[in-house]
Design a protein around this ligand. Structure first.
Ligand code: S3P
Length: 171
């Protein structure tokens, strides 16, 4: 049987964290975020982890988080870092919801945010827009392949997306 968690996957800046909080506000689920779990247990920011120990080390921490989530967490909305989808046991953790968008919408959302500079600065893989677009294109089919449910998010409000997810999952 599928675990009762809901995992939100998708590209950086698509709104996984905000949506997780919106879903928590309107259901009896709690919320966890894979990046927050990594930062709190390492006691340093993602940016610093990438800088000091490299991406491969960060990915190994994601695997550790994924194993812990599978074995210990239920009834939780889990927002994930943009590369977390690659963990082998992703689909054992819960129902996987892919938040789909197009690159320009993601970029506009980040750029129009009042804290745009901070949002970009904290994401090592979003420093170069051309490289970020390449990563985006490369990952879209990979996200879709892991998804139980795919939700189009461009041009929709947080509330509209949350309603759609709740209806599709039945929570
Ligand atoms: C990453 C996305 C980030 C964070 C890390 C790597 C990625 O999370 O996990 O910087 O590989 O796409 P967000 O998707 O929350 O920005």
């Amino acid at each position: 049987m599928k675990k009762s968690n809901i995992l939100l996957i998708g590209f950086m800046g698509v709104g996984k964290g905000s949506l997780a909080r919106e879903l928590a506000r309107t259901t009896d689920f709690f919320v966890l975020d894979s990046d927050d779990l990594i930062e709190s247990s390492e006691n340093r920011k993602i940016k610093k982890i990438f800088k000091e120990d490299g991406e491969a080390y960060f990915r190994s921490l994601e695997l550790k988080v994924a194993n812990w989530l599978e074995n210990h967490v239920t009834q939780t909305i889990i927002s994930t870092g943009g590369g977390f989808f690659a963990v082998e046991n992703l689909n054992n953790i819960g129902t996987v919801v892919f938040l789909e968008s197009d690159f320009d919408s993601v970029l506009n959302k980040i750029m129009n945010h009042p804290k745009a500079a901070k949002k970009i600065k904290k994401r090592p893989l979003f420093q170069d827009k051309v490289k970020a677009k390449e990563l985006f294109d490369q990952r879209q089919p990979l996200y879709a392949a892991k998804a139980d449910i795919t939700i189009q998010t461009a041009a929709k409000t947080l509330q509209e997306i949350a309603v759609e997810i709740r209806e599709k999952i039945g929570i």
